[in-house]
Write a protein that binds this ligand. Sequence first.
Ligand code: 5GP
Ligand code: SF4
Ligand code: MG
Length: 458
Amino acid sequence: CGVFGVFGHLEAASMSYYGLHALQHRGEESAGICVADGRDFNYHRGMGLVKEVFDKDKIASLVGDMSIGHVRYSTSGDSRLTNAQPLVFKYRDGDLAIATNGNIVNEPLIRKQLEQSGSIFQTTSDTEVLAHLIARSPKDFVEAAKDALKQLVGGFAFLLMTNDKLIVASDSHGLRPLVMGRIGDAYIFASESCALEVIGAQLVRDIEPGELLVLDKNGLLEDRFTEPKRKALCAMEYIYFSRPDSDMNGANLHTARKRMGSRMALEAFVDADLVTGVPDSSISAAIGFAEQTGIPYELGLIKNKYTGRTFIQPSQELREQGVKMKLSAVRSVVDGKRVVMIDDSIVRGTTSRRIVNLLREAGAVEVHVRITSPPFKNPCFYGIDTPDRRDLIASYKTIAEMCEEINADSLAFLSPEGLITSIGGHNKDDYKGGLCLSCFDNDYPTQVDFGGAEKDGC
Ligand code: 5GP
Ligand code: SF4
Ligand code: MG
């Protein structure tokens, strides 16, 4: 999911519209904006893309100088309007709105405890437990939020808003990205810096693990709700999820992906006539591979702009259909050629097989697949949609078997060291480069088994 917050700007709603539009790749299922005008909340949410959910009149009706917004994709397939965010609640004498990116791993346990002591839940969204924990506390909003956040285990970036306060928080490992920017006197918060750029705001910094920022009439208070633990920003954000024009932790995504491609060329060189990347996420890495090897980079694959990201469709059936609508091979480019095809990850193997076959049908004589991440063997518990372990092809097949399954002439994956070195940023001396690599190495930064039913994170 993607979150976007504004504090102190009368154009809060229209900024949110543009910001969320820039974060659209983070979730296409639903979108919502909630603004506060000092007295009341005004909000609108709907299913679909930002441009489908909002029009000029809707944005004009959202008057206020503080706002939080959200784009969603569900990690459990429970895709319905009641789970669209921001979630809005009656709280004491006013209102409370919450927008989340991430997943609370111990949510089933907390939910059960709350239900046993009388709470009634309106949604299956894991974000709702945070609202209940805050509402039950006798303390003031900020202290209640701190106490509540301390009880959560998982990977999350939260924006919380009351009628006169905005709270911004990141989990103790900083698993999900969240940045702060400024435009004039206003503060902007976004999952990725590309959403700052689009409204002309300047990137100030990343929100750190365990940090909690409070914005109100007194300005900005930089505080924390817990001590920071091992920094573990999601490596998949760099590999695949985020936009190449975003910067995270001091590293630009396009540049990091280019380094992944050139490192890939050093780790698993193969001679060929051309290099092509699977659009959009692997184009940067393909350019890096081409630069390193001197093999020309070509547009061997084209993406139809009018289809969304295939994995964001909740069911496997829709996903398969999505792949077919999405990509075409360029016959005049690949016909009779030995092709190196760069992709960011193999999850189920469906997409990769389909793309290799597209290239072969268009005349490619050899297709060598290079994946700029290590084999994806373990599910994510922190808000990135991954299937069960049994559907992760790398968890039950060897690389040779996967190569056969996807019908490639050769297949290689980037090493974890290669990945960490390529991402760079300013966390080089941190454990694993300050990254979460759990889906590759099974070394989760938090406890993940709470014995409950599966999550509905975001
Ligand atoms: P596959 O070959 O596993 O079907 O698809 C791999 C490609 O689709 C990769 O480019 C990957 O980025 C994307 N993808 C497909 N499904 C998922 C998913 O469930 N989660 C994530 N994170 N990426 C996916
Ligand atoms: Fe990201 Fe993988 Fe960690 Fe999930 S397990 S947060 S996808 S690196
Ligand atoms: Mg892809």
